[in-house]
Design a protein around this ligand. Structure first.
Ligand code: NAP
Length: 307
């Protein structure tokens, strides 16, 4: 495969795939790099109802359509996890964990965020065996059982609503006495008879029997009282952190998000950011696609002016 490109886009979610459309249509030679499944978080999302022009779609359907569109104008795609982006003169060299190296005149980072892991003892050991970060992927394993979702943001509540169609009962454990999610979703959750909301509690420890998860001990944030919550599956949705470990800290804020100007450029010439990975207020599919278009347009301008 060719290793020299004009634009390398890291991350094939809504931002990266949109950047690929715009850069390819500007006649750039484009490479998209992805470490998992193209589509980003969309692939793990049950339903999307707030992307303009698409009143309702499954996350997977929208992801497929984004991917087909993203590659329709000639962008190439390869797989692997990026471990380094460095300057070699004016050129950027991008190194993957599988040893592959590519070069480009500009790089757009659209790597999104990674789910925060559940912070209780043995959570690692039981991930994939009772603890899951994807209700859409693993929900069917808990058919007619009781599951517990942790977190009160949009992700937690949307996935709670999805999983009610499969399971007997859903506990949602939140650490405050109010949700972070948008009101329409909160309203739906509160009127769903299969959902039991437990306020002001944090996960404390797993309850294990015969090497299987049978519950979760939760702790009251004020009184410290511990309550056992019997359930077969635990779905933590406690936020996410930016996937930027391979980037120069000079372009990141204190939480690791990429600091960009309005044109999506960063403090390093030729590196642009787009999507959930940038420092911004509203993380949505619609804002990610917009960032991707702007980043590609700026990368094309940068290349035309500097090479
Ligand atoms: P989020 O909005 O940051 O919510 C995280 C939730 O987990 C909050 O309820 C938070 O509690 C709780 N939490 C954080 N750390 C915790 C801990 N250690 N233990 C227990 N609970 C903890 O994360 P998200 O739901 O993954 O969403 C991420 C971004 O994507 C947001 O900007 C969201 O709006 C966006 N998103 C949008 C949609 C949509 O519009 N359809 C869907 C999914 C995600 P506190 O509230 O007390 O901090």
């Amino acid at each position: 495969m060719d290793t020299q490109f004009e634009v390398i886009i890291i991350g094939a979610g809504p931002a990266g795939l949109t950047a690929a459309i715009y850069a390819s249509r500007a006649n750039m030679k484009v490479l998209l790099l992805e470490q998992e499944t193209p589509g980003g978080k969309l692939v793990k999302t049950y339903k999307i109802e707030n992307y303009t022009g698409v009143e309702s779609s499954s996350g997977v359907d929208l992801a497929m359509s984004f991917m087909n569109h993203g590659l329709a104008f000639g962008a190439k795609m390869d797989f692997g996890s990026v471990v380094k982006v460095e300057n070699v003169g004016k050129i950027k060299k991008v190194t993957l964990d599988n040893g592959k190296e590519f070069t480009a005149k500009a790089v757009i980072v659209a790597t999104g965020t990674k789910e925060r892991p559940l912070d209780v003892a043995m959570a690692d050991r039981f991930t994939g065996r009772g603890i899951s970060y994807c209700a859409v992927c693993d929900g069917a394993f808990y058919r007619d059982k009781v599951v517990t979702i942790i977190g009160g943001g949009n992700s937690a509540l949307e996935e709670a609503l999805f999983i009610t169609s499969l399971v007997e009962k859903v506990n949602i454990v939140i650490r405050r006495d109010e949700f972070r999610a948008e009101p329409k979703i909160v309203e739906e959750v509160l009127k769903n008879e299969k959902i039991n909301v437990i306020y002001k509690h944090l996960p404390e420890s797993l309850i294990i029997e015969d090497n299987n998860i049978v519950g979760l001990n939760i702790k009251h944030v004020d009184t410290g009282e511990i309550t056992p919550l019997m359930c077969s599956g635990i779905f933590p949705y406690i936020g996410a952190d930016p996937a930027t470990s391979f980037l120069d800290k000079a372009i990141l804020n204190e939480r690791g998000y990429i600091i960009v100007k309005a044109d999506m450029s960063t403090a390093i010439e030729g590196i642009f950011g787009a999507g959930d990975v940038i420092d911004k207020e509203l993380r949505q599919v619609v804002t990610a696609t917009s960032d991707g278009a702007i980043a590609a347009n700026s990368a094309v301008k940068y290349i035309k002016n500097n090479f």
